[in-house]
Design a protein around this ligand. Structure first.
Ligand code: ANZ
Length: 845
């Protein structure tokens, strides 16, 4: 008996596919509808790992699926090949980052080809090629012309280990660097920014377009990241200062309760205000400032921290009632949010209350939160409203708890009696009428800091004249090539290594020939990946970044597939760049990725894999041991794609066994392609056609594991007919085997192609169109099987009355609801009473 030899099958088909290039997208003249399926491109940090194995298995199911459904599919791949790991490896080993990068790309490419993802290799790109980064520079210049790229002095997140600037997005919640793990500090530098804040409203509002096709979790993360707050700017007169100081508040209704003002110690305003203070205060302030600069944003905002601050010996005037408000500097106010200053309302803001209690500042309640916001308010007396009568229940100064809730205004002049929301409206009207304030919005989103003081990135195409002018490099002089590393010290030192490339840096001013210097910073690599999906459309065109006509045809990406770790950074930047390109007239759409699938992580024994933990599963070892198809099938069968896959819980051995079973079915078929199907075994035909009818919907809703379970059922049914039924010459057996090969193409392309050949056809099965189910075969009596977990009914599934116990159990275990209910508990016991019941008992842990 012939055995299923995955290595021989791989060795046989890989060169044939290489020759046939079945996935090369040849668009001219093709009238089929189009689908652009894109998997997030890899960073070449070594060979492929199990995370890659997962994303490229899942993305490929989608690409292969749409081809079978009659679409002209674009499924390209490239490498995100600039960045710090290459540079750090180069420094460590004293080599050129180019060599390291391109060696890794070669290795990954070899693995990727073996892995048989259906990519159009003719469109391969590397962001570190001058042919690519030239267009990053072009893009930078377009933004620059629009005023969307600018330089400013500012406090930046500084990674003291990697000696580089980090975007806010690269600083983890605990204040450490996402890259090096070092505690991030603040440093003042002149840096390039992209003005993403101009797009904050659109980036937020357009998320509504993606509702239902992007994971809700990602939409929420984006919304929170942009963080729009609605409120007012209020202008305060400062004694002894010409200009007023504006503060941003979400609670203008509480203006009568403002009892002091707080400015961020590191805001320019603080330094200016303290300049007139007594020497002792100036000294205290300087010491405080140093302390503040050594703390992280997270520490500063921590609510459980004792409040600190310095009184600046200055006063502001409350525009509502003319009261004098002392001005303090305190670190809980951030320099780069709003105006870097707040009106402090201790009765209604917890941070302000903590501060007021620490420094003995007055607390005035202006919203009676014990009173219902609607209807009659019997508990409030006139005495309470004008403050002559005590309010015992509302004493935050005593309780230490600020009154944040809804209520009715008191102690607030003309606002008295109004609900919070009406008071907000009324106050904004008053401020606007008086010219002392206005409605305002604020965002958590900051401008995108793109300067990096590192070598391995895209040089910024700006030349600095002797007089400090910025001269954009003329577009016909692009690309500004990275100089060779010879003689350069790449070690991080806070200024770009490119500054040491004397011949490269010193250039004549393009305008008047006087001595000038190139900007020595390189771009954040997130610039590279913010538009790469467009470069795939014509990656070798050296006359433009991308062809708007091609973009019209293919873009936006119909299905994007990748990890949730990119939920904020990469996706936000790509969305921003798309909107910029829309405004510039280069594209006709405003969102780059119509649908998004986030796969979970591959973990081991419940833990994230990492070198340091020593729990790595190696891609090459798994593929060598079980074969490409078994690894890919395991990824698809493991569960809903968005869940993590614990490699300790899955069975590539089981996958390989199933593939061997499927493959032997095709081997055993004795009929020829012209056999009459219609007279074949009716029961088997029903299973086949039920599968044909159901699989597309299941794939489109990403229930890949259920499709695999159904395919196993089909193979078992076929085997039964071969061995104990009508036999291998029956038409239904051939039909089932052909459908199995077509469907396996989604998950296990080598086995599928080999089966297809045994069934008498030419390659490639991947290009064969999905068959339509015969509706007359779908009117099968089905029964409803109930699935219980720990005695509770968790799902109901429609199955054939003749389903085997094994198949029923498999289908039950593939149910997303059942998987969710089992969670991380161990299955202790399964009772199967086919065709009606599966009862799963777990061990409580
Ligand atoms: C007075 C007030 C009264 C406030 C009250 C809140 C409650 P979000 O929602 O995050 O936008 N704030 C303004 N600028 C700040 C800065 N640079 N650093 C720290 N805090 C700042 O928060 C807006 C509120 O945060 C603003 O409204 C302001 O305090 C404070 F009962 O003003 B509020």
């Amino acid at each position: 008996e012939e055995v299923y030899d995955f290595a021989a099958i791989q060795a046989k088909w890989q060169p044939i596919w290489e020759e046939l290039e079945p996935f090369r997208t040849n668009d001219p003249g093709d009238t089929r509808p189009r689908k652009y399926v894109l998997d997030m491109f890899p960073y070449p940090s070594g060979d492929l790992h199990m995370g890659h194995a997962e994303v490229y298995a899942l993305g490929d199911i989608v690409a292969r699926y749409w081809r079978q459904q009659g679409f002209n599919v674009l499924h390209p791949i490239g490498w995100d090949s600039f960045g710090l790991p290459a540079e750090n490896a180069a420094i460590k080993r004293g080599i050129d980052p180019r060599g390291w990068t391109y060696d890794n790309i070669a290795q990954q490419k070899k693995s990727m080809k073996l892995y048989a993802a259906s990519f159009d290799w003719s469109r391969e790109l590397h962001t570190s090629d001058p042919e690519y980064y030239k267009w990053n520079q072009w893009l930078f210049l377009q933004l620059y012309k629009k005023g969307l790229a600018y330089r400013k002095d500012s406090w930046v997140n500084w990674d003291p280990v990697d000696q580089t600037v980090l975007a806010n997005e690269q600083v983890l919640a605990d204040g450490t660097s996402e890259r090096s793990g070092a505690v991030v500090v603040k440093k003042k530098l002149t840096q390039w920014y992209f003005k993403i804040t101009d797009y904050a409203d659109r980036l937020l509002d357009d998320l509504n377009q993606l509702e239902g096709t992007w994971p809700a979790k990602v939409l929420n993360m984006q919304r929170n990241w942009i963080g729009r707050s609605i409120g007012a700017d209020v202008d305060f007169v400062i004694e002894g200062r010409e200009e007023r100081v504006s503060v941003f508040t979400t609670r203008p209704d509480t203006l009568f309760g403002a009892t002091f003002m707080v400015v961020a110690p590191d805001a320019d305003l603080a330094a200016e205000l303290v300049a007139d203070a007594s020497p002792a205060v100036r000294e205290r302030f300087q010491e405080y400032l140093v302390q503040v600069q050594n703390s992280t944003e997270i520490e500063r905002q921590a609510t459980d921290r004792e409040k600190t601050g310095v009184f600046l010996e200055r006063y502001a005037i409350n525009p509502a009632n003319g009261e004098r408000l002392p001005i303090w500097a305190a670190d809980y106010v951030l320099a780069d949010y709003g105006h870097g200053a707040v009106m402090a309302v201790p009765a209604h803001d917890q941070r302000d209350l903590d501060f007021a209690r620490k420094f003995d500042l007055p607390v005035i309640v202006v919203v009676d939160t014990s009173a219902p916001a609607t209807g009659m308010i019997p508990v409030i007396t006139q005495g309470m409203l004008d403050g002559t009568e005590e309010l015992p229940a509302l004493d935050p100064a005593a309780t230490g708890v600020a009154l944040a809730g809804e209520g009715r205004l008191i102690n607030s002049g003309s606002l008295n009696g109004l609900s919070k929301n009406n008071a907000i409206k009324r106050m904004i009207e008053q401020l606007t009428a008086d010219g002392t304030g206005r409605a305002a919005k604020n965002y958590r989103l900051r401008d995108w800091l793109i300067s990096r003081q590192r070598y391995w990135g895209t040089p910024i195409p700006i030349i600095h004249g002797e007089d400090g002018t910025e001269i954009p490099v003329p577009e016909d002089q692009l690309p500004v090539l990275l100089p060779p590393t010879d003689g350069l010290d790449l070690k991080p030192k806070g200024t770009s290594p490119l500054g040491g490339a004397t011949d490269w840096v010193n250039v004549p001013n393009p305008i008047d020939g006087t001595p000038a210097r190139r900007d020595a910073d390189t771009m954040d690599t997130f610039v590279d990946s913010s538009w790469y999906f467009l470069r795939f459309l014509n990656p070798t065109d050296d006359t433009k970044a991308f062809d708007p006509k091609e973009a019209d045809k293919w873009a936006p990406v119909d299905q994007y597939v990748g990890g949730v770790e990119h939920a904020i950074l990469h996706l936000l930047y790509a969305r921003f760049m798309t909107k910029v390109l829309f405004d510039l007239g280069y594209v006709t759409f405003t969102e780059p990725f119509t649908a998004l699938l986030n796969q979970g992580m591959v973990i081991l024994d419940g833990a994230k894999m990492s070198k340091s933990k020593g729990n790595l599963v190696y891609f090459t070892e798994e593929v060598d041991q079980f074969g490409v198809d078994a690894v890919r099938l395991t990824m698809a069968f493991a569960g809903p794609p968005e869940d993590d896959i614990d490699w300790a819980d899955v069975s590539p051995v089981g996958s390989a066994k199933f593939l061997a079973r499927a493959w032997r079915v095709a081997r055993d078929v004795t009929s020829t392609p012209d056999v009459e199907w219609k007279s074949g075994d009716a029961a088997l035909r029903r299973v086949t056609h039920r599968f044909l009818a159901d699989a597309p919907g299941l794939v489109e809703s990403f229930k890949f594991n259920v499709v695999v379970a159904r395919l196993m059922e089909l193979v078992n049914a076929t085997r039964k007919v071969i061995d104990t039924g009508a036999g291998p010459a029956d038409g239904a057996v051939r039909e089932a085997a052909e459908v199995t090969a077509m469907a396996l193409n989604l998950f296990a392309p080598y086995a599928a192609e080999d089966m297809w050949q045994h069934l008498g056809y030419d390659p490639c099965v991947a290009l064969v169109q999905w068959r339509k189910a015969d509706p007359t075969l779908l009117v099968e009596e089905s029964v409803t099987a109930v699935v219980q977990v720990d005695g509770k009914v968790r799902d109901r599934i429609e199955v054939s009355p003749k389903i085997s116990g094994e198949d029923l159990e498999r289908l039950a275990r593939a149910s997303a609801e059942v998987i969710r209910r089992i969670g991380d508990r161990e299955v202790q016991h399964v009772i199967v009473r086919e065709p009606r019941l599966v009862s799963i008992v777990t061990r409580r842990n």
